[in-house]
Design a protein around this ligand. Structure first.
Ligand code: NAD
Length: 485
């Protein structure tokens, strides 16, 4: 257990930098809102300095051999495994992760780094036939320069590692603006990369209020690419800046993911998958199945079994491996979860399970009779709340599943391969899982969403597109000027 209440300082050019007049902000443990750590409140000047230092480091180290960058990834992965207990402690105490989720996050981060170790040697261009006689023509992939990363509170280790590992593996420098609710994880990342051998200036962290200082980072002329994970509201704002400033960007945003359960499904397996899909980490997961569509012949049976299973979920001791429900992260988020449940109840929805709170923990809540005019029907709740809806045909299930501005993940339970594939092809989402939960990620897959759930994809293969720039290079052989335009 970690008991210290550290004061976290920015990490810029390989040094801890204390805050100026702005002082520190509080980082609270969401279990009881007690003080967990204090972090430097960054200013625009801190961001500017971090970007300048990152740009200097990029120019100094951009030509390091692939083997060196491979070595950072291998070492970082081993360090996460060595310090898995300490990372899990922080994920439990800083953001209220039940230990099962904290363990998953730690293992995924180590696994992502192992996959990223293969990236530096795969940054390849091509030789290209040329129309010009004697012209040798090729393409190179080059790092973009400084990459800005912005992470959400809910998976700060996974996202911090995904973003920074890919930037560093591809030869870039990186500046992280972590979630205000998870600065301690970012402090551990700074120490991790440093110990793994990454030279000063290639990885930097500035803490602070994203709404106040984020624009300085995303609009800085020396930031050439932005990788953002967070809400669709902030994502839209960042996309507008990136468009204006002509920067590359990827956005991993919110969701309202549908889970469709057909009458031929194995109900027991579908119930287990539905429970995991929406209640893992108390529903604070972007891929959470906050809409569950059940074919009418099994609607009653499924609803009863699912509500009963939800009622059995326990909150409380985050270090007990059977705990699925922990606290909701902040007052703002708690109000949002309460508003969605109260609004649905006031407008006539039935609460089949949950609906009550114990401190900052919201019970696993199952709603039925949800109508389109209820907030919970359309908005992302980001809490342990889901709604059950009946459907009568595959076409109706698809229409309902697609009737949302979001498009992150979707899942279907059926034994009918034709239905499953029709759903996979026609669901307007970035990811579809058949006979499996809506929640899944692997390092090398194209992870991401469509519509308001994102722009671009992340993963060790697809990230090459945002983290590198193509360059076309030609060599005229023979007499100069022969052929060509
Ligand atoms: P948020 O959008 O409130 O904050 C995310 C980050 O953006 C924070 O670090 C914040 O400081 C920063 N920020 C705020 N304004 C900014 C600005 N103007 N410029 C730059 N940065 C700014 O999101 P959150 O509450 O931390 O996280 C929850 C959201 O993230 C949910 O919507 C969830 O679905 C989404 N999410 C998506 C994925 C995915 O992979 N698609 C994964 C995890 C979370």
């Amino acid at each position: 257990m970690t008991h210290a209440r550290p004061h976290l300082h920015h990490w810029i050019a390989g040094e801890f930098v204390a805050p100026g007049d702005a002082g520190y902000f509080d980082d609270l443990n969401p279990v009881d809102d007690s003080l967990y750590a204090r972090a430097a409140a960054g200013t625009s000047a801190d961001i500017e300095r971090a970007v300048e230092m990152a740009d200097d480091a990029f120019r100094k180290y951009r030509h390091l051999p692939a083997a060196v960058r491979e070595d950072w990834m291998v070492k970082a992965s081993a360090l996460i495994e060595r310090d898995a207990g300490a990372f899990a402690d922080v994920l439990i105490e800083e953001i209220g992760s039940p230990i099962a989720k904290a363990g998953f996050e730690t293992r995924f981060a180590a696994s992502f780094l192992r996959a990223a170790a293969g990236v530096p040697r795969r940054i390849r261009g091509e030789t290209i036939p040329s129309d010009a006689p004697g012209r040798f023509s090729m393409s190179l992939r080059e790092p973009v320069g400084v990459v800005a990363g912005i992470t959400p509170f809910n998976v700060p280790l996974i996202k911090g590692i995904k973003q920074s590992a890919m930037a560093l593996a591809t030869g870039n420098a990186f500046v992280l603006l972590p979630s205000e609710s998870a600065p301690r994880v970012a402090d551990m990342l700074a120490r991790l990369w440093s110990e793994a051998g990454v030279p000063a200036g290639l990885f930097n962290v500035v803490y602070g209020d994203g709404a106040r200082i984020g624009d300085t980072l995303t609009s800085h002329p020396k930031v050439r690419a932005i990788t953002f994970t967070g809400s669709s509201r902030v994502g839209r704002h960042i996309a507008a800046i990136a468009a204006r400033e002509l920067k590359k960007y990827t956005l991993e945003l919110g969701g309202k993911s549908p889970l469709v359960i057909c009458a031929d499904a194995d109900i027991e397996k579908a119930v287990a998958a539905a429970i995991f899909s929406i209640f893992m980490y108390q529903g604070q997961v972007c891929m959470g199945a906050s809409r569950i569509y059940v074919e009418r012949p099994i609607f009653e049976d499924f609803s009863k079994a699912f509500a009963a299973a939800a009622s059995r979920l326990t909150g409380g001791d985050l270090r007990d491996s059977s705990t699925m429900l922990g606290p909701i992260i902040s007052d703002r988020q708690r109000q949002r979860v309460r508003r969605h449940v109260d609004d649905a109840r006031d407008k006539g929805a039935n609460v089949l399970a949950g609906g009550q709170w114990l401190g900052n923990v919201c019970e696993a809540t199952v709603l039925a009779g949800v109508m389109p005019e209820m907030d919970v029907a359309r908005e992302e709740t980001f809490g342990p709340v889901t709604s059950l809806y009946p459907f009568d045909s595959m076409d109706e299930a698809l229409r309902l599943a697609n009737d949302t501005e979001y498009g992150l993940s979707a899942a279907i339970f059926t034994r009918d391969i034709d239905k499953a594939l029709k759903f996979a092809r026609e669901a307007e989402v970035g990811m579809v899982h058949i006979n499996a939960p809506t929640l899944h990620d692997e390092p090398h897959v194209p992870f991401g969403g469509a519509k308001a759930s994102g722009f671009g994809r992340e993963g060790t293969e697809v990230d090459l597109d945002i983290m590198t720039e193509w360059k076309w290079v030609t060599i005229q052989t023979g007499a100069a000027g022969e052929g060509g335009h």
